[in-house]
Design a binder for this molecule. Sequence first.
Ligand SMILES: Nc1ncnc2c1ncn2[C@@H]1O[C@H](COP(=O)(O)OP(=O)(O)OP(=O)(O)O)[C@@H](O)[C@H]1O
Ligand SMILES: [Mg+2]
Length: 259
Amino acid sequence: MQPKGTVGRSEYILETKNLVKRFGGLVAVNNVNIKIKRQTVTMLMGPNGAGKTTFVNTCTGVLKPDGGRVIFDGKDITGWPPHKIYASGFVRTFQIPEPFKSLTVLENILVAMKNPGESPLRAPWKRSWVKHEEENLKRAFSILMRVGLDKYWDWEAYKLGGGQLKMLEVARALAVGAKLIALDEPIGGVDPVYANDILSYVRRLKDDLKLTFLLIEHRIDIALPFADYVYVMDRGKVIAEGTPDEVANNPKVIEIYIG
Ligand SMILES: Nc1ncnc2c1ncn2[C@@H]1O[C@H](COP(=O)(O)OP(=O)(O)OP(=O)(O)O)[C@@H](O)[C@H]1O
Ligand SMILES: [Mg+2]
């Protein structure tokens, strides 16, 4: 028998079924059905106010849904609190990153990791957790290399640029063992060269660590080529989906972005 709340593993790591989120009379997320295949970069695009951030907030427990279901990695997580969803491997980054700004880049990664030395029961057995700390340190550096921040390891986080802060958030997600990482506008306000670097890191992480990404963007000119599959939202609804090519040639999408 499957444990309670288990709906079985599928090829999709995330599936929403008629998800609804209202703010008073405004239906910000209106019966949204989105499926994210494992080990893909799935993009969610749409104009300002389309409901993209609200969708992610409703999936990750920041907001309580008013209707529908959220299935993550074979479990029905609808209405779970954010910390439980985070611990189960669905991690989101914020449109405005919120690192510990006075800590160094490396410390930001280390605090995201579990350290048994912090447990009052384990603290007296120093040798066992010193080894663990060394392993954490090695792992933290390898994570920083994967997001191109290793050379800034001893910088305080507040000295990083906007794009680098987004990568620091990705690194923290890797440190907690995320399976699905939702990135809310990772290249917002970032120059095109570094924006391409960021998205290249994301694709490499997907391949090397078998991760799945949900990429929220409106700078489609830069981001579209990095996506495997695309959903387009407008005024709370999914109005188109398909491959980047299909979506770029969809008349409804062209109308929103150009017309
Ligand atoms: N906490 C809130 N209370 C009331 N209305 C909200 C709240 N959060 C978002 N909204 C409204 O819900 C709609 C969707 O907003 P949302 O932030 O999800 O859009 P978005 O697609 O992420 O836009 P952007 O591209 O500008 O980030 C907007 O009309 C917004 O004003
Ligand atoms: Mg948003």
